[in-house]
Design a protein around this ligand. Structure first.
Ligand code: UDP
Length: 450
């Protein structure tokens, strides 16, 4: 495609991290840019690679990571460090070759990199290419991370329980316990700060969020980076199609099951693609679900419960007792499930993709955050947007009560009304002249001028 002044539009190389919750929005962004006429290449680690046959018009650039698993028992910062170090040489080789090819066609290259793959930004800048960072977390996470980092550096992050409940001064609505890495060992934070300080200053920033939803945080991001910031979310509604990401196979039987249920009668329970949880917590959940007497779909990823291959952890009698009103699956077509008329609530870990998907369908939530950005997201859902309840006491009686409050009580109905208002806001943001639509148009202009 011809761009301004007869120059051919750049090839966009997107460097994706191996995390499912990052890969999915990266591919959605790639689809949206491809629909605007850009050629697309996806650089990916060999761990959790995308399936090229799902994206026949993209070029795929495998990176030699020499990693065999995302080792969630090891430190997150070590993993990120190794990933960046190992992937860099093959990315350099791919770019050198592509630059040679593009020069012959008089076409430039723009690199968009997941912020965890910061080596790609460094390589791009070293090769005089534009480097744009892509963030798939909430915008509110960013100022929360900055204050967490500052408190850490000034040794002011105290971990006593009574402090954790207090509000962080000047950072309404966050409490200390809501800050990123508030539950991680202090060494992890130290390492992460050191590692992330290797990131370059990008030429622009892309965020998977909506300006009208996170205006204040986006302004802080803009002030921090001092480069153009594009809020183009939610990308699953902006992308022309939502391709599968080759993670786990969707169990589509839950849609047929949902078709037979009454409107808003089912609570959907899922904690995303990464969490590994202990058996005791899952047993409490099972008891809470059983006692609530509500209909449910519960995603239990194989291997996500310690010492249990799949559902062996369930208390005796659970399956028989809930057979008529519940379904346990290994992996659900989540976006379809949340859009189904029969779903009335989402019990979630508040990963940002899940949160955006829930908001986009007007579903009230039970928030059970575990780490990184999830506490910030949960705080906004429950305390600011008031479309969910945060589960703080991880005990079956409290879980039962939360399910009933969201699914049955007047309180749940009020949250649903607000959630439907947010669904409308999302609809407006992604349609012609909406803020996310406009931001994508501006991003297209920015890339084509590089
Ligand atoms: N997801 C899914 N089926 C499931 C569970 C999760 O398709 O059974 C998808 C979900 O729609 C979301 C992603 O996995 O797009 C999870 O991303 P999120 O940011 O919520 O959490 P993470 O996995 O990064 O912790």
């Amino acid at each position: 495609m011809e761009g301004h002044g007869g120059r051919r539009w750049p090839l966009v190389v997107l460097a994706s991290s191996p995390f499912h919750g990052h890969m999915t929005p990266t591919l959605q962004l790639a689809k949206a840019l491809h629909a605007h006429g850009f050629s697309i290449a996806i650089a990916h680690s060999n761990l959790n690679p995308p399936n090229p046959s799902n994206h026949p018009s993209f070029i795929f650039l495998p990176l030699s990571d020499n990693l065999s698993t995302i080792d969630d028992s090891g430190s997150f910062s070590n993993f990120i460090q190794t990933l960046n170090k190992n992937c860099k040489p093959s990315f350099q080789e791919h770019l050198t070759r592509l630059i040679g090819e593009q020069n012959r066609g008089n076409k430039s290259i723009v690199v968009i990199y997941d912020h965890l793959m910061f080596f790609a930004g460094t390589v791009a800048v070293d090769m005089n290419l534009a480097a744009i960072v892509f963030r798939s977390c909430s915008a509110a996470y960013f100022p929360a991370y900055l204050v967490r980092q500052q408190l850490h550096q000034e040794s002011r992050f105290l971990e006593q329980d009574y402090v954790m409940q207090e509000m962080v001064p000047n950072h309404h609505p966050l409490r200390y316990k809501d800050l990123p890495f508030s539950k991680s060992p202090v060494e992890d934070m130290q390492q992460l700060v050191a590692i992330m300080s290797q990131s370059i200053r990008p030429s622009a920033v892309i965020w998977n969020t909506i300006k009208v939803l996170e205006h204040e945080a986006l302004t802080q991001i803009q002030n921090h980076y001092q480069v153009p910031v594009f809020a183009v979310g939610p990308l699953h509604k902006i992308a022309p199609t939502n391709p599968p990401t080759n993670f786990l196979e969707d169990d589509t039987s839950c849609i047929a099951w949902l078709d037979k249920q009454a409107p808003k009668s089912v609570i959907y329970i899922s904690f995303g693609s990464l969490m590994t949880l202990d058996k005791k917590l899952l047993t409490e959940m099972a008891c809470g679900i059983a006692k609530s007497n509500q209909r449910f779909i519960w995603v239990v990823r194989p291997g996500s419960v310690c010492d249990s291959e799949w559902t062996e952890f369930l208390p005796e009698g659970f399956i028989e007792e809930t057979r008529e009103r519940g379904l346990i699956v290994k992996w659900a077509p989540q976006k379809e499930v949340l859009a189904h008329f029969a779903v009335g609530g989402f019990w979630s870990h508040c990963g940002w993709n899940s949160t955006l998907e829930s908001i986009s369908e007007g579903i009230p939530m039970i928030c059970q955050p575990f780490n990184i950005d999830q506490m910030v997201n949960a705080r906004y859902v429950s305390y600011v947007w008031k479309i969910g309840l945060e589960l703080e006491d991880l005990e079956s009686g409290e879980m039962e009560s939360m399910i009933r409050r969201v699914m049955v009580d007047e309180e749940g109905e009020e949250m649903r009304v607000r959630a439907i208002g947010m669904k409308e806001m999302v609809k407006e943001a992604v349609q012609n002249d909406g803020c996310s639509y406009d931001s994508l148009e501006e991003l297209v202009g920015f890339i084509s001028s590089c």
